[in-house]
Ligand binder design. Structure first.
Ligand SMILES: N[C@@H](CCC(=O)N[C@@H](CS)C(=O)NCC(=O)O)C(=O)O
Length: 211
């Protein structure tokens, strides 16, 4: 099998859901290649993509690393698969540490990223009041996460985890709205994440990807 065939294909675009997965690949070191989908031109609603992801969304992976092609959607399911393929990098192995990392990961997914996605939808529907309220809720959740890093280097203790990936992508998307002066430790954590090579490569994964 050629190297290109063994690597996992990540189909996506420069969106938070896709960037989280790209950072997951970079941090685990699992071989992958990106294929860009042009959302503005509706490529995600074309038959080729719908055959892989009937919801017409990104990201989707095609994993041929274990033989037959296995297609998977949902960014968080993909991240769980990466954890399964390379255990101990994205989530700690110890039950207690793992539970804390999952708690914080889902905090960012449901309390910060969820409202932000809903705000995006409302904004596009012309509901400025509703979208502003949800954006504010998302920023408040990020700001409140300062307590997670008050005495720790990472969002879930002493080790980098999915919680940092989720926190970083949403903090990067809302960074203009965060009151950094009120959250100095959060700002330090953010700076450290920006410097992390795997995070930098993941954030740039769709900058040069070919379609
Ligand atoms: N819950 C899904 C959400 C996927 C999703 O909404 N992706 C967006 C980009 S971040 C998308 O494909 N939008 C295009 C559309 O909805 O038309 C996941 O986590 O993967």
């Amino acid at each position: 099998m050629k190297d290109a065939d063994r690597s996992i294909e990540l189909i996506g675009a420069r969106t938070g859901n896709c960037l989280r997965v790209a950072i997951g690949f970079e941090e685990t070191g699992l071989p992958y290649r990106t294929r860009s989908i042009d959302l503005r031109h509706g490529e995600h609603r074309e038959a080729d993509h719908l055959a892989l992801n009937p919801a017409g969304k990104v990201p989707t992976i095609i994993d041929r690393s274990r033989g037959d092609a296995f297609v998977l959607s949902q960014s968080n399911a993909i991240l769980m698969r990466l954890d399964g393929l390379r255990p101990g990098v994205l989530l700690p192995l110890g039950l207690t540490e793992r539970s804390v990392a999952m708690e914080r990961f889902f905090y960012f997914i449901t309390d910060a990223i969820g409202p932000s996605h809903a705000a995006f939808f409302l904004r596009n529907s012309g509901d400025k009041v509703g979208s502003a309220a949800l954006d504010a809720r998302s920023v408040a959740a990020i700001q409140d996460a300062s307590r997670f890093v008050e005495n720790s280097a990472f969002m879930a203790g002493d080790a980098f985890s999915l919680a940092d990936i989720a926190a970083f992508t949403i903090a990067a998307a809302c960074k203009r709205h965060i009151d950094w002066a009120k959250a100095p430790r959060l700002q330090q954590w953010y700076g450290a994440m920006e410097e992390r090579p795997g995070v930098q490569r993941g954030m740039a994964a769709f900058d040069t990807a070919t379609s």
